[in-house]
Design a protein around this ligand. Structure first.
Ligand code: OX2
Length: 829
């Protein structure tokens, strides 16, 4: 830059300290300065939480330096960017992840130590950012970490909910929900951008306008709110690149309701303004059922509209027309929740930028890609037409036009097959006329991805069959992955150090395939010894947590047998509990002398039930009722314990996963699109007991069926079994345990009746009865393997060694190369 601007820049540069320093004294000084000037406490008197606040601000400063450099570099290079649109991001805590990715964890731990604080204790002060429900939302978070680490020019876009996922409180074994006002204590990990705002419109009417001889549609809105950006810098590991997760918050719009002030009702006018904020106030806690609620639709459009406006503004800063738009912009739809982005891009290009419809539609077809996370047709989103007509009248018109053109083209290809035409139409006729978000997404995207191989096969054969036959080339799959930075390095530092020691390098943290190098040492007794020690310490940490939380003391010699995930009938936590009842029943009926042969189990279950999901809530209560019985039975003692871990979230997972010996993934085959929890356990050397569903099928290919405990019906058996029902003769054991619950052996007889009904013959949709015997066999195989600790440890090492393919780095590289067409853009300074 030359001239006056250049001189100013030079002056600024001269005034700037060089980059913040990371030596122990500088770090201590920084922390204390933040105690004094940011937290406003005396540097001679502050507690662990205040230390956390000061520490995080000091880390934030370092993040901001890199983030500015990266953003400036992207701006200068103007590469093709990917914009990842997701209604949910489950980021968990930021501190530990940031200091690991910045490579300054140990320096900070030393600095804090010098100040008389313990890093782990201080880090524990942070609450989780829980802006999502489960697998889909955590996947977005893992993928952001990989995008940053692999230097891709990427932005995440989402909603800044004031209330994250509810907190689960258990009273008398029942789940209660409490609001999670996570911003109560401030959030140092975000940067409020009060000047990055966009108006978002709702309601109103559409009118015709003639301008320079052209005819256009003009949307006269009935309501307008302002979207304000909150930027969350996401640092990569082993790179300076730090990308942006931009979350939008709703604020009242200043421009719009001047009118209401003029009516004289000042108080009501101000109060009404506050209503705008409800749009981003609360996260919907049901992860699968679609309810057609207006607020949910408002949330979806609000975040999508602000994001699209931001993306177009950024593009226009560097380009004078839209010719290059598809070469510069890739938009990724994380499930159908952001699918209105398609319509919003059309609207802006046609109504505001005055592009011809065909040109706009050609651009849209080149920029959107869609990932489905769903297996069943009932899980697909539908927007009632009436609702859309009132909330977004212009968008409804655009959808009708898209559909009209699509159906016309389709008729040319498939003729007048009206059944098929009506199945493929974006509009569903019927009692409630609706928009099928999935059809809209498929029609307007260049690529449709599944999240595992099996998932894609199911999509092709069932839910998206008609579309697959029309456009086979659109359909791909990218098996999910998780980030080894958070799931090994942050959550299991001692295993991480051990892996680096044996591989002789830390390079696996960026290049996770290197983990296969552990295979050659799997039988080495020295590694096995060290491996066992690390695992034991992790189990100790988990046992302490269990005791602190529930008062229950558990034996470290027992197998820690874990199932943590959202509570859902298809995930079959009930199968686990019925298996535990069976185990209990066996112990009770055993000769005393035989009890010595029993492998002791600490069964750990955790997960939230959607507040309106009665069956799931009953499963939680059953778990507590069974635990109450077993844990207080002195006859059983350490042979069997059952613990429910309340308020399962990302930080609880970070504690539980490293301490697990066995983890259970029990979904009825054909129901779990991928599953990602299994990958986290696998990386941590935990053995899997699982059905052949979702990504487990690919895990088997990597680590071998003999290195895990598989059971249950296969995907193609399920429909047949549903028809024919279980074999009643072999199913006596199952009938017996269900009967125990029915007869009130664990109390609450009436309350559990309807739960028992869900697995009764003829009603057992998720096939618990059919799979029970095979489940018990897998349990027995796991017990047998656990007795031989040497063999078990070897299997554990082989699990970690084979987990490399399940890194989100691999998934993201595949998306970048084969779906988005973007390239790394590493920031050089
Ligand atoms: C979940 C899927 O249920 C799970 O199988 C998958 O691993 C995860 O998404 C990430 O792809 N809501 N959550 C999911 O799907 C939907 C819809």
């Amino acid at each position: 830059v030359s001239g006056e601007q250049g001189a100013k820049a030079e002056r600024m540069f001269a005034l700037m300290d060089r980059f913040l320093k990371n030596d122990p004294i500088s770090l201590q000084k920084d922390i204390l300065d933040h105690v004094e000037y940011t937290v406003a406490r005396s540097r001679f008197n502050f507690d662990d939480f205040e230390a956390y606040q000061a520490l995080s601000h000091s880390v934030r400063d370092r993040l901001i330096e890199r983030w500015h450099d990266t953003q400036l570099y992207f701006k200068r290079k103007d590469p093709k960017r990917v914009y990842f649109l997701s209604l949910e991001f489950l980021m968990g805590r930021s501190l530990s992840n940031s200091v690991i990715n910045l490579g300054i964890r140990d320096q900070y731990a030393d600095a804090l130590g010098q100040l008389g604080f313990e890093y782990e204790v201080v880090a524990e002060q942070e609450g989780d950012a829980a802006l999502g429900n489960g697998g889909l939302a955590r996947l977005s978070a893992c993928q952001m970490d990989s995008l940053a680490t692999l230097d891709y020019p990427a932005w995440g876009y989402g909603l800044r909910y004031q209330y994250g996922l509810f907190r689960q409180v258990i009273l008398d074994g029942f789940q209660h929900e409490q609001p999670d006002y996570w911003l109560n204590f401030g959030n140092p990990w975000e940067i409020e951008r009060i000047h990055v705002t966009y108006p978002v419109k709702f309601y109103g009417t559409v009118e015709d306008e003639t301008l320079n001889g052209g005819k256009y549609k003009v949307w006269i809105p009935g309501e307008m709110v302002e979207a304000v950006a909150y930027d969350n810098p996401i640092p990569g590991y082993g790179t300076r690149n730090t990308i942006t997760l931009r979350l939008w918050a709703a604020k009242p719009s200043d421009q719009y309701d001047i009118e209401s002030y003029n009516t004289g009702d000042y108080i009501n006018a101000v109060v009404n303004r506050q209503k705008a904020e409800t749009i981003s106030s609360v996260l919907y806690p049901d992860d699968r059922s679609y309810q057609g609620k207006e607020l949910r639709l408002k949330q979806q459009y609000f975040f999508v509209s602000a994001s699209v406006q931001d993306i177009i503004r950024r593009f226009k800063d560097a380009h004078s027309n839209f010719d290059e738009f598809p070469e510069k912009v890739a938009l990724q739809l994380n499930d159908t929740h952001p699918s209105l982005a398609i319509v919003e891009v059309m609207r802006i290009l046609v109504d505001e930028e005055h592009l011809d419809w065909n040109r706009a539609s050609d651009i849209v077809g080149k920029i959107f890609s869609f990932t489905s996370h769903t297996v069943i047709a009932e899980g697909l989103e539908k927007i009632p037409v009436d609702l859309l007509a009132s909330l977004l009248p212009r968008h409804l018109q655009i959808i009708y036009s898209i559909n009209f053109k699509f159906v016309e083209e389709l008729k040319k290809k498939i003729g007048l097959d009206y059944n098929r035409l009506s199945r493929m139409s974006i509009i569903e006729e019927g009692a409630v006329k609706s928009i099928r978000s999935a059809n809209l997404s498929i029609v307007c995207s260049h690529t449709v991805n599944g999240v595992s191989r099996v998932h894609l096969e199911l999509l092709k054969a069932n839910v998206f069959k008609d579309f697959y036959e029309l456009w086979p080339e659109k359909f791909q799959f990218k098996t999910n992955g998780v980030t080894q930075r958070r799931w090994i390095v942050v959550s299991n530092p001692s295993l991480s150090a051990l892996i680096s020691k044996w591989l002789g390098t830390e390079a696996w943290i960026r290049d996770v395939e290197l983990l296969t190098g552990l295979r050659e040492y799997a039988a080495d007794s020295f590694l096995q010894h060290e491996w066992k020690m690390v695992r034991k310490v992790n189990k100790m940490r988990l046992a302490e947590y269990i005791e602190a939380m529930s008062g229950l003391k558990v034996s470290l010699d027992a197998m820690f047998d874990v199932q943590i995930k959202r509570i859902h009938e298809y995930k079959r936590q009930l199968l686990n509990i019925l298996g535990i009842i069976h185990r209990y029943d066996c112990i009770k009926n055993m000769e005393k002398s035989d009890r010595r042969k029993v492998v002791p189990h600490v069964c750990i279950i955790g997960g939230k039930a959607a507040p309106g999901y009665e069956v799931a809530k009953k499963i939680i209560k059953l778990c507590h009722a069974v635990a109450e019985k077993i844990n207080n039975d002195s006859d059983v003692g350490d042979l069997l314990k059952l613990v429910f871990i309340p308020d399962y979230n990302v930080s609880v997972a970070e504690l539980v996963i490293p301490g697990a010996d066995l983890s259970q993934h029990l979904s009825t085959a054909g129901n779990e699109a991928s599953g990602t929890g299994s990958m986290k356990f696998l990386m941590n050397g935990c053995l899997l007991l699982a059905t052949e569903d979702g990504s487990t099928v690919e895990i088997i290919e990597e680590i071998g069926a003999d290195n895990m405990f598989l059971f249950g019906s296969k995907v193609h058996d399920v429909p047949i079994l549903r028809e024919k029902g279980p074999d009643l003769k072999v199913n006596l054991q199952f009938a017996r345990v269900v009967r125990m619950v029915r007869d009130g052996y664990f109390g609450f007889k009436d309350y559990f009746k309807s739960l028992c009904d869900t697995v009764e013959v003829g009603n057992d949709f998720y096939l618990l009865g059919s799979d029970f015997e095979s489940y018990l066999e897998a349990q027995a195989a796991a017990d047998k393997a656990f007795v031989d600790q040497e063999k078990w440890t070897q299997m554990s090492i082989l699990s970690t060694a084979g987990s490399g393919r399940f890194s989100s780095d691999r998934t993201i590289q595949d998306y970048a190369e084969n779906t988005w067409g973007i390239e790394p853009c590493p920031c050089p300074f």
